[in-house]
Design a protein around this ligand. Structure first.
Ligand code: BTN
Length: 310
């Protein structure tokens, strides 16, 4: 009902009377009024006057469940959250369905990899997907590679952005960070209970100053606001299809088509050490193969990668 009201108001572009709404929806005017009241309380910009209801521009990019028809039961939206990672973990432990997306308008304690924080001001897209794929825990990392490769494709095909992936799962544009991903998994009796993938996309927010720089979709595409709802819808649809047609054997090779890490001199930081070398490959286990200065190769499973070595 809420979505129908919003659609009618948006399609009209001018004031719609309570009477017209109640006729179109087949409900009483009081019921229309109650729904509008709830929508306004949720944050929709709807003006009520003697002639009816007028929806404003501030309602264009909302991420409430009813904005995603067919996904209402698997979208959990919060205007503000500490971190969607924590909310998603709780939801997953309580048994929420596969492909539940926990979204926040902004985060107050957004988390990045290696204990970093992730600046999450309004205008960005912050969500964690709860996944319950039927795969061995040891192969779950491929789901993360599939997510970053799917998102890079969406950014290229849907927004004309030259998105490239940096090992393990960041998305860069001209070496500047556009997307960060963080994943957590839990197993029970050697079976995967869930893999949660947290994704932060700089969409309309002003991204923070970070090492090597960060950028937003809005900055790349020329300054008009970009619909977070469109980014999320395209990603959820494409990623769901990827998982439904899961072919674990091609993920890493597909990912390599988009990477800027291979053949680069890199610095890899883990919590305890930093290693430098030439990135020569990413193996079937998702490990980065580094050629060190003495000519030997070292495989790195986890770390933060910097492309800043001359
Ligand atoms: C990184 O590049 O360090 C990973 C950043 C991951 C950020 C996302 S935003 C949604 C989800 N919630 C969090 O607290 N972190 C992830």
């Amino acid at each position: 009902m809420k979505l129908k009201i919003i659609e009618i108001l948006k399609a009209s572009g001018s004031t719609v009377s309570g009477e017209a709404l109640s006729q179109k929806l087949g409900v009483s005017r009081v019921s229309v009024w109650k729904h509008i009241k709830k929508l306004k309380e949720s944050g929709y910009d709807i003006e009520s006057g003697p002639k009816g209801y007028l929806i404003g521009k501030g309602s264009e990019d909302m991420l409430f469940p009813w904005e995603f028809p067919g996904r209402e039961k698997t979208i959990l939206y919060h205007d503000v959250a500490d971190s969607t990672m924590d909310l998603a973990r709780t939801a997953a432990r309580k048994g929420c369905p596969h492909f539940t997306a926990v979204i926040a308008g902004r985060q107050e304690k957004g988390r990045g990899r290696l204990d970093r924080s992730w600046e999450s001001s309004a205008g960005g897209l912050y969500f964690t997907l709860v996944l319950r794929p039927d795969i061995e825990p040891a192969l779950s990392f491929r789901v993360n590679f599939a997510a970053s490769l799917t998102l890079a494709r969406i950014l290229r095909n849907g927004f004309g952005i030259n998105a490239q992936v940096k090992w393990p799962n960041d998305i860069l544009v001209d070496e500047k960070k556009l997307v960060g991903m963080l994943s957590e998994m839990e197993t029970r009796s050697d079976m995967l209970s869930f893999v949660n993938i947290g994704i932060g996309i700089n969409v309309n927010n002003a991204p923070p100053e970070i090492e090597n720089g960060a950028v937003s979709i809005k900055q790349i595409t020329g300054g008009s606001p970009i619909s977070r709802k469109k980014v999320l819808t395209l990603f959820l649809n494409a990623f769901e299809e990827k998982l439904n047609n899961w072919n674990p054997d091609t993920i890493i090779s597909e990912w390599k088509e988009y990477t800027v890490t291979i053949n680069r001199r890199v610095r890899i930081k883990t919590l305890h050490e930093t290693t430098q070398g030439l990135a020569v490959d990413v193996d079937e286990n998702g490990a980065l193969v580094l050629e060190l200065e003495d000519g030997t190769c070292k495989k790195i499973i986890y770390g933060d990668c910097f492309h800043d070595i001359a």
